[in-house]
Structures are given as C-alpha cells and as structure tokens.
Design a protein. Sequence first.
Length: 383
Amino acid sequence: MKYTFISVPALGDKQNTYLNIKGKLTEYAQVYKLNIPEFKIGTLDALVLLSDDLVKYDTVFEQSVNKTADMLSTLLKGQKVSLQDQLLVNDKTIDQYISTFQWNTMKYRTDKSLQETTATLSQEVTAIDNVMKTKLNIYTQNKNALQTLQRKQTGNLSVRNLNGIVKKQHCVLNSEFLITIIVAVPKSLYKQWNNTYETLTSMVVPRSSVKIAEDEEFGLFTVTVFKKIADEFCHKAREERFIPRDFTYDEGALQTQQRELEEASATEREQQAELLRLCKTNFSETFAAWLHLKALRVFVESVLRYGLPPDFCSVAIAAQPKFEKKVDDTMVAQYGRLGGVHGQAMMKNDHHEELLDHDLQSVNDSSYRPYVQFELQFEYERR
C-alpha cells in the first residue's frame, strides 16, 4: 500500500489542476484530492526550520504506526481474522481514509500556528507510544508468568511439577527421622539405579525404592533415607546422573497450583483483550496523526517552493502495480518546468552543468522532483 502526495501550482484554479492531473494518470493510477486547509503561516525562516522538524517527526510517526501494527499482528496470530480488516482508521480502511481525507479541525485547529499544530500531533503520538509501552510490559510480564506455570504442567518427569503425580501413599510423612526423596531416573539407567541406590550413602532404607510414574525419557522413583543424610544422598545421586527432585508432599498443593494457573490464564486473556482493543484504537489515532503530518509537510513545502499567497493543488496518487515509473515519468513531463534548469534536465533525461545551489542539493537527492512530492508506504501485507 503506497501513496504519493504531490502538490503543484494551481494558477488560481485548483479544480481544473486536479482534473488535469487525474486525466493524465487515469490509465495508471487512482488520483484523489488531498484537502489541506490554509494555516497561519508566520515567517519563511520559521517555515524552513519547521520543514526540518517535520522530516524527523515523519520518521517517528511511521515507526509508531508500524510498531502498533506489528503488535496487533502478534496478538492476532493464530486467530482466523484478517489483519487488514483490523487496521482501520476512523472506522475506514486505510485506502478509504486516505482517499477521503479531511483535515480534523476539531482536534487540530487551523487558527493555531503551524508550530503549535505540529507540537500537538507530536505530543499525541508520544503519549500513545508511552501508554502502549506500559501496557505491553504489563501484558508481557503476566504472559511470561503464565508460561512458567504452564511449563510446570508439561515437560518430562525431570522438570515438570509433581503435584498430582506423587500421592500421599508414596511418601513417608510426619516421621522424626525418615524422609522420602523423589528421583527422576533416565530409562537407560534403571538397572544402575536399582543396583546402586541402597549403597550411594549409608542410612538408606533397603528395598524402599518404588517406581511411581514413567514417561518417554524418565522413570520417577521414591527412596526412603534418614533425614540427616538426605543432602549427601542427593549429591551422590547427581554424580550418577540421577536427578533428585525438590519436592515436599502437600495435600493442598495441587488445588493451589490449579487455582494459580486458572487465575494467570484469566488475567492473560483479559489483558490480551484490552491490549487488542488499545492496538486497534491507537493504530487509528497514530495513522490519522501521520496523515495529518504528511498534509502539513505538503503545505509547508508548497509555500516554500511556490511562495505566497498559497495557491497550489495537492493530490494523493495510488499507482497501479508496476506503473509507478509511468506515473512518475508522466508527472515529470507535465511539471518538469517547475524545477528551472534542473527540471528541464529531468525532462530531457540529461544533466546540466550550471545549476543553482538548491538544484545542486537536489541532484544528490534521488527523491527530488520539480514539484512537491512525499510518499507514504505501509506494508501491512507482509506482517
């Protein structure tokens, strides 16, 4: 999705200029009016400074739009919905919003200076970015906590939570001297375990090992030892590549674990839904702000390029696939004269030796055109 915003002198007749451009490009592109109101202009020196600032803000706004779209794409992953259908601006598709663009005079009053309007746009996008960053951090923390709990429910017997696997009858409870140790033994070491567990240390209860569970990689064994040698036994077991599990039987642990998982899941779902709503709303807000900023850039550059009073026609052009160069060539052929010597050189596909300083800078900028031109490109299809 790519749009080119172009402004050319209107010579007192904006409608006729618009129809002329549309007629020249009708076979290659859709052409829409870019309705830009007149603003309080101030001094030309201030406009030059503002022009430089607008370039920086344009990049920041674009990054904000892309970050929000990427976040929305991530949240929608796995859902049977089209990302394109979720990327709406004021309840319109992006194309509809651009093709019917009207300056929002309620939010961005035209009786304010251009600098004030730019500051308002910037503050709005910065505030949105800060809110999104905070909400995303909270959601990420809770999602990570949920994943940690979920991992305890899965994995092999060497890592997963043992509540619900180890039963009351598997353990020696309330003994002053004895304790039951739970050990995950690789299947390939079953024989070694059965032959050695009684002699790993002293004070191991003979024939106390029982296999209570098994998965594809490990068997889960109990062994009863005297409490005072429990740490030594675990150390010796690790040396033999057995895996003692840190487990204490608790009758209410399974219910607690399940409750924590349910609460974490509910919290994650609620925060995901909230973040999804925020992404949709703030994508609309940041994209609208971005297009208003583009309109400001067109206005400022048109005044700097064509002078006062403002008398220009601005359009939004959506070239058909593979016709971008044809559109560009057509516009250069029609308005190359606006660039003076350099414009004539572009029309003739030639380079002139004697150019003004401004034109010399333009030669080094491949995006330069004899008229005002900016682009807006948003590649949501790749997301």
